[in-house]
Structures are given as structure tokens and as C-alpha cells.
Design a protein around this ligand. Structure first.
Ligand code: GLA
Length: 661
């Protein structure tokens, strides 16, 4: 955050020592310093056209009669920082062509450090076609060497206009990189730059920022409504906020925009995520930015020329899991609450900006929950939204395919793109997460990612690097007592290209399972039960209609006091929570059926078949089944029609007993 003279003065004579000092004075007098603005930066045209006999840059004595160090000292005396400009070429960008830094990196960096420079904007003009990475790295290395010698850090702002996709290589070279050509003081320039920068969100993060160029707020070419949109979008994109108007003569309206500390707090949020577009239709654009407190800031922008209502939902902005959400309008300061809907009438070219803060989170229900059926408290994905039960197709919601890892297809799970971070509130009541992870088969072989499960800030499971060639790997995380669960995907160390990362069949076990001892299954409460005809009956056969209409469970003349009377197709699930060891039962077609009736009994543990009867008819004796359930989160009793239709398929689970503890 700071100031740069370029947008208001270019190289006109008014750009001089007295202006720069006046800006530093205004920072203090107008409370801009208190609002967070720190850097007072000067742009092109501060130097003479030629280096001196020792090859050093020379400040223009007409503009800076006391040199640059004197200006830097003045800025420092106000508790502020000072920034300077050069170009990674033979000359700077202005037509007068001041000397550039190419080939002079060490000498220039040492000179600037001796002047007390805290910030360098390094432009791209007259670069002789030399490799951009090398040119920018040479200066980065020179600045780092100067910092080592003086102890004074120098923020390095790369300004190569996005020509060489700096977002793919400039992390670790500079602290920020321009993503576009120069901004001008009009709506179409500003909004087109916003559009270009919006799509680059996954590349930015703390210490490595996309820079959509400096602010035009207050320069007169846009309305205050448009300037509020400009300031809102730059903050929503975690962009550098470099004031580009002459603050000494700024209007109260301009100062009110620049000093909106709640919007600034979004820009400067310590999580350091750039907001992403969650919907964009007919000129109505919604962006969501994850915040460190678990909330979101949301911008509702109306790019059309008449007032329109712009809407979204709590779910679409990537949060959930609470019964209500507080909304604060960061411009009007009005507060409200919502259970889901977010929207407002927005004037032409305007932006309504809300800070959305979830109320108390609701813990997941007891049982085995598929994570894709639960609301997350927060989800952030590298490209496009995090998808439920689909892979990540990188763009719109729902554009993925069935989740598939190494040829294994999954009905349930989360489709993400690195870098991603999904958080759930557990409230201390869950015990375990079991999930298969891997790169989705839709990614070409260059995709490589790493999956990590975190519980309350502690790593609970780590997949190591997985590539598109790998089969799924199972991760188990012990979550007993944990309040928060986070599923994190990083890029595997090789950039985010094609990093389609699946959390497949993610089963979260919550609540405690049955107590230690042997239980008659029909005495326990099931998690879910589906049945071909009528309800599943406890300790009675299934007579197809009302509850309790059956007869005692009887197979080939033997009567069973306890058990379940079902009708194919049937599925009854019990939550075990990892605490049980076995299920033993007899199975068969009930004696009330004399003809037809043929079924197959299956016992499933966490999605794996553990025991199966094969086809049984009314002529068959009861068959004994045993399933090892050690560590299982859930057991599911399934009856199929054995392939011949469900007529008279009265299927008895006779005397099923569950051993736990
Ligand atoms: C380039 C940069 C601008 C400004 C001018 C100065 O155009 O992109 O931001 O620094 O040079 O000449």
C-alpha cells in the first residue's frame, strides 16, 4: 500500500521533490498512513539521461535539487518507506529515455540501497529482446545482495505487463508482478484490466502478488461509483493498493474511498488469497475472497449501464455449515443476517461489497457421512469451484466428470484443483476420516499433487506426491476430539498445471458406535433403511404393507425371536464408528413364502463386500454368514432379487448379532 506519482503527473515538471515530500506530509495529515499506506514511490523521469563518469545514475537536479537520498530521508522521517523506478532494459519507458538497469544491476542496486530505497518498480522497456526471467532475476539477485549488505529489505515489483506470463515464474523472483498493460483513467480500461487479472487468482499468494497496476481513484476520469468499483475489485483481488492521484488536492470523496479501512482490511487480509469470480453473467459479476477469520468478502459488480440486482448464495461463495451468516455492507456500513441468499440492487458500474461472517457452525450428524453431502465451512479451489461428486473441470460449477482415479470410478467425493483447501467443522464429535485420493484420470500425466488431512492445525495424514499415473491411495485420519478438519491439496512441487485432485468416497465417521458387548442387531437403531415393500421389520417377517404386519421370523421351520424382516431390494445401514469386530447371522427366505421368492444376501463393510449368501429360495435352509468388521465405520445389510425380479422376495436376517468393543 502506498503512492506512485505516475498516474497523476507522468513526467510533467510538477513531479519533483516538493510534490513527493507533500505526499508524505499528506499521508500523515490525512490519516492515510494510519489506514495502512506506507510506500511513497516515484516513477520514471527522476534521473538524468546519462550516467556519470563512474557509471552511476544521477538524479535530475531540476526535479530533485537535493538528490534522491534527501527525499528518501524525508519520507523515512515520517515513518514511511520510499520507492524508486527503473527498467530492465537499456533505457526506461519515457520517450526521453532515461538509463535502464540492464547490465548495471549490481551497481544500481548498491546505489539505491545507499540512498535508503525500500521498493523498486522495474519496468520492461528497451529490453533488447533479452530473456525476461534472466533480466528480472538479475535485478532480484542484486537487490538481495544489497539487502544482505545493508540489512534493508527492498520490495521488488516486477513490471513486465504480463508479457511473459510472470505469474508462472516470478514467485521467488519478485514480490509482485504486473499482469497487464498500463491502466488509464476510464471505466473500460479499469474493468478490462480487472477481467484479465481475475483469472490469475491461483498464482497469487502471500509475498507473491498479481499486480493489475496502480489506482486511478480521484484522477477525474471515472465517477465515484466507478472508483468504488475500482477500489473494491482491487481489494477483492488482493492487489497492491498504490494511490495514483495527487493526494495534496484530493476531494473528500476520493479520500473517503481510499480510507475505507474495512475494504482495505479485505485487501490486506492475512490469509493472502486473491478472490475469484464465482459467477459472471450478462455483466453481473460476483467475486468471493476467502478471509482469515473463515468468512468471505463478496463483491457484486454491475458492469451494465442500468441498475440491476446482483445475487449469489452463501453456498456459491464457498462457505456453509452455519445456521446463519452476518453480512456487513463495507460501503454503506449497513448490517444484516442471512440464512443463504445474498443480493442487492447495484447501480450501473457499481459494486456492493459485503463481508460475510458465519454464525456458530453446526456439527455433522452421527453416522458415516459422505463429505460431499455435508456443508463445508470453507472451500477454496485453484481453478473453478470445488465440485461435489464430480471432478474439477476448471471452469464453471458442475463442468467435471465422474470422479475416476487410476480407472476406479467413484460415485461420491470432492473434485478439486490445486491449490485447494476445504474446511469442515467437527465440533469434537467425530472419530475418523477414510478417503481415497489421487489425480483424476481426466488430467494428462503432467498433473502431480499432494493430499494432506489436517486436524486442528496438526497433520493427520499425507499422501506424498501422487501423479496422474498412480492408482488411488487410501488415507485414514484419526479425528477423535478434533474441532476442525481441513483437506489440503498442494501442487506436488511442480506448479499447478492439470492438478485435478480427487478426494473420493470420503467417509467421515461421527458420534460413538455401539457400546462394548454383543448386541442383537434388531435392538440397535439403524442409520438408514430402504426396503422393496413396506418398512423393514424388527423381530418380524415383512408382510409387504404396514409396519408390524408380519409373522415371527421363520426359515425352514426354525423360528427366530430376533432379527430383521426385509423385502428385496433392501439396504439397512448401521453406524459402527470403528468399535465393532464381527457380525454373525443366519439368512433365508421366510416360510410365509412357498413359491417364487429368490434373493441374495450381502454384508458390506465401508463399501467393500464382506460376506454373501449366493442365491437362496424358499426351498433352502437358513445359511450362516459371518463378516469381519474390525475397524469398520459402517456395516450395510443388502438384499438383492438375485436377478429374477422382486416377487415374494421376503428375506429374513435371522438372529443377527454384532460384537463390539
Ligand atoms: C510503463 C509502465 C508504467 C510507467 C511508465 C513510465 O508504461 O508500465 O506503469 O511506469 O512505463 O514510463
Amino acid at each position: 500500500m502506498g503512492f506512485n506519482n505516475w498516474n497523476s503527473t507522468h513526467c510533467r515538471a510538477e513531479f519533483n521533490e516538493s510534490m513527493v515530500k507533500g505526499i508524505a506530509d499528506t499521508f500523515v495529515a490525512q490519516g492515510l498512513k494510519d489506514a495502512g499506506y506506507t510506500y511513497v514511490n516515484i516513477d520514471d523521469c527522476w534521473a538524468l539521461p546519462d550516467r556519470n563518469a563512474s557509471g552511476d545514475l544521477v538524479p535530475d537536479p531540476a526535479r530533485f535539487p537535493h538528490g534522491i537520498k534527501a527525499v528518501a530521508d524525508y519520507v523515512h522521517s515520517k515513518g514511511l518507506k520510499f520507492g524508486l523506478y527503473s527498467s530492465a532494459g537499456t533505457k526506461t519507458c519515457d520517450v526521453q529515455g532515461f538509463p535502464g538497469g540492464l547490465g548495471h544491476e549490481r551497481q544500481d542496486a548498491e546505489l539505491w540501497a545507499s540512498w535508503g530505497v525500500d521498493y523498486l518498480k522495474y519496468d520492461n522497456c528497451n529490453n533488447t529482446g533479452a530473456d525476461a526471467k534472466q533480466r528480472y532475476k538479475a535485478m532480484g539477485d542484486a537487490l538481495a545482495a544489497a539487502t544482505r549488505a545493508t540489512g534493508r529489505p527492498i520490495l521488488y515489483s516486477i513490471c513486465e505487463w504480463g508479457s511473459n506470463q510472470p505469474w508462472t515464474w516470478a514467485q521467488g523472483v519478485g514480490n509482485s508482478w504486473r499482469t497487464t498493460g498500463d491502466i488509464s483513467d476510464n471505466w473500460s480500461s479499469m474493468i478490462s484490466i480487472a477481467h484479465q487479472n481475475q483469472s490469475l487468482a491461483p498464482y497469487a499468494g502471500p509475498g507473491a502478488w498479481n499486480d493489475p497496476d496502480m489506482l486511478e481513484v480521484g484522477n477525474g476520469g471515472m465517477t465515484d461509483t466507478e472508483y468504488r468499483t475500482h477500489f473494491s475489485l482491487w481489494s477483492q483481488m488482493a492487489a497492491p493498493l498504490l494511490i495514483g492521484s495527487d493526494l495534496r488536492t484530493a476531494s473528500p470523496a476520493t479520500l473517503a474511498i481510499l480510507k475505507n479501512t474495512e475494504v482495505i482490511a479485505v485487501d490486506q487480509d492475512p490469509l493472502g488469497r486473491q478472490g475469484t469470480v464465482v459467477s459472471d453473467s450478462g455483466g453481473l459479476v460476483v467475486m468471493s475472497k476467502p478471509l482469515a477469520d473463515g468468512g468471505r468478502s463478496v463483491t457484486l459488480t454491475n458492469e451494465t449501464s442500468s441498475t440491476r440486482t446482483v445475487s449469489t448464495t452463501v453456498k456459491d461463495i464457498g462457505i456453509g455449515g452455519a445456521s446463519s451468516y452476518a453480512l456487513k455492507d463495507l460501503w454503506s456500513k449497513a448490517t444484516s443476517t442471512t440464512t443463504g441468499a445474498i443480493g442487492a440492487p447495484v447501480p450501473a458500474h457499481g459494486t456492493v461489497m459485503f463481508r460475510v461472517t458465519p454464525g456458530s457452525p453446526v456439527p455433522p450428524p452421527t453416522g458415516v457421512n459422505q463429505l460431499s453431502d455435508l456443508p463445508w465451512t470453507s472451500a477454496v479451489g485453484g481453478w473453478g469451484p470445488v465440485e461435489r461428486d464430480r471432478s474439477n473441470g476448471e471452469q464453471a460449477a458442475g463442468d467435471g466428470r465422474p470422479l475416476t482415479i487410476g480407472g476406479v470410478r467413484y460415485a461420491k467425493g470432492l473434485g478439486t484443483h490445486a491449490p485447494s483447501d476445504i474446511a469442515y467443522y467437527l465440533g469434537g464429535g467425530c472419530s475418523a476420516l477414510r478417503v481415497d485420493v489421487g489425480v483424476d484420470d481426466e488430467a494428462p500425466n503432467t498433473g502431480s499433487v499432494r493430499f494432506q488431512i489436517w486436524r486442528d492445525g496438526t497433520l493427520a495424514a499425507d499422501s506424498g506426491v501422487r501423479t496422474a499415473a498412480d492408482p488411488p491411495v487410501r488415507l485414514n485420519a484419526d479425528l477423535k476430539g478434533a474441532t476442525k478438519l481441513r483437506l489440503v491439496v498442494t501442487d506436488g512441487g511442480d506448479g499447478i498445471t492439470y492438478d485435478h485432485a480427487d478426494w473420493a468416497d470420503a467417509r467421515l465417521a461421527c458420534g460413538s458406535g455401539p457400546s462394548a458387548g454383543t448386541h442383537e442387531l434388531s435392538d440397535l437403531a439403524w442409520e438408514s433403511a430402504t426396503n422393496g415393500w413396506g418398512p423393514v421389520e424388527k423381530d418380524l417377517s415383512n408382510a409387504e404393507q404396514a409396519a408390524g404386519d408380519g409373522t415371527p421370523l421363520t426359515i425352514n421351520g426354525t423360528v427366530y425371536a430376533k432379527g430383521l424382516g426385509t423385502h428385496a431390494p433392501s439396504s439397512v445401514a448401521y453406524y459402527l464408528g470403528g468399535t465393532c469386530t464381527s457380525l454373525t447371522t443366519r439368512v433365508g427366505v421366510d416360510d410365509e413364502v412357498t413359491t417364487k421368492g429368490s434373493v441374495d444376501f450381502q454384508i458390506w463393510r465401508d463399501g467393500t463386500l464382506a460376506a454373501e449368501s449366493g442365491t437362496l429360495t424358499s426351498a433352502d435352509a437358513a445359511k450362516a454368514l459371518t463378516a469381519d468388521l474390525t475397524g469398520a465405520l459402517e456395516v450395510r445389510l443388502v438384499v438383492t432379487d438375485a436377478g429374477d425380479g422382486i416377487d415374494y422376495d421376503h428375506a429374513d436376517w435371522a438372529g443377527p448379532r454384532l460384537v463390539c468393543g
